[in-house]
Design a protein around this ligand. Sequence first.
Ligand SMILES: [Zn+2]
Length: 424
Amino acid sequence: MRVLRLGSMGTDVMEIQSLLKRMGLYTGTVDGKFGVITKSAVAAFQKRFGLIPDGVVGTNTSRIMEPFILGYDFYTIQPGDTFYSIAKRYGVDIKRIRTANADITDENSLYAGQRVKVPFGIGVIPTDINYTYAVLQRNVAALQALYPFIETGSAGKSVLGRNIYYLKLGKGANKVLYNAAHHALEWITSPLLMKFAEDFARSFALGQTIAGFSPSEIWGKSSIYLIPMVNPDGVELVLNGLCDSNPYYGELIRWNNGSMDFSMTWQANNHGVDLNHNYDAGWEESKAGEAALGISGPGPTRYSGPYPLSEPETRAVVDMTFGIDPRLVLAYHSQGEVVFWNFRGMGTEESKIIGAALADAAGYMLEEASGIASYAGYKDWFIKEYRRPGYTVEVGKGKNPLPISQFAKIYDDNLPLLLLASVI
Ligand SMILES: [Zn+2]
């Protein structure tokens, strides 16, 4: 991590602002700009941990911040320690320590020098910052560490070799698959699924209900597969810009109409292919519609690719879907507060009824897509292939990329929908 001080700017500044805010030390805006309020919050953090309060995040400060950003700490057992005393010291529910250390079956066998994981009360998933691939990576690892009953893995690789992560909650026969961020500008849907995973896992571990649902009941009945970021390369272009080492450096600038700024326009993957127009369901129609939109090749949006499933990201999602054979799927996008169902009249009556219930749970409208948006998307392909319930959920309202300040409402709206879709 680079040294952060007054005047620094960027996603890493957002991350420490978000952390300091969750710790109650920062009252300013999480905007990625290291100003005087950030400086005094850093100084307060340093004082709390016995460091020189210079308000600069250097090596020592960032070493102490690291476990908080990760969401848990490793604690080295001292003679006489018990899970109970550790829970008390950290102010965390003992059940969460037991959950994170499920491999320690006999708590009386703790020995001096042994390392145990201790979760922090502030939680893992930040919901007020740019949700980059690096944040996702760290969060997947943290959820896996704290909730060993979550299965995690990679569904495949992106064009640039990034992991298309998946997480699995539950072990029941009723399988559902939710994915997010096919479109790069719509990255707000990634922390939506990740926060859902964390809250679900925590409630399951603590034996609590969540939004009126019982995670332990769902756990036995259903398996919820999440692919929180289908298009990691695109999200990186939007949030961190074009990297000098990108092998498509020159092409990407050309495909982006000569602009180096991808933050407000780029929906596609690193090949300039719109992943939600690359599935094999009305792909020819999607392709045929490009000319009218002035699209002749790779670009920020709506280019369907050279042929169906030309992209590693769409192939990974299709392969995973075939492997799971889900009863229902949700594809998360922004924006519009709409649930789309149906594809060319192939949606069943049951799909419509379930779609209405899901839309109702979120307070969204239920609609059928029309025009180019109704071709070659993931839910289109799923409906065509399986004739089972498949939906596109468009969260939030406004112009993409939606500001992360909409996250709280989006999460509140969609939590009941996400839970209901796993049991309906
Ligand atoms: Zn979209």
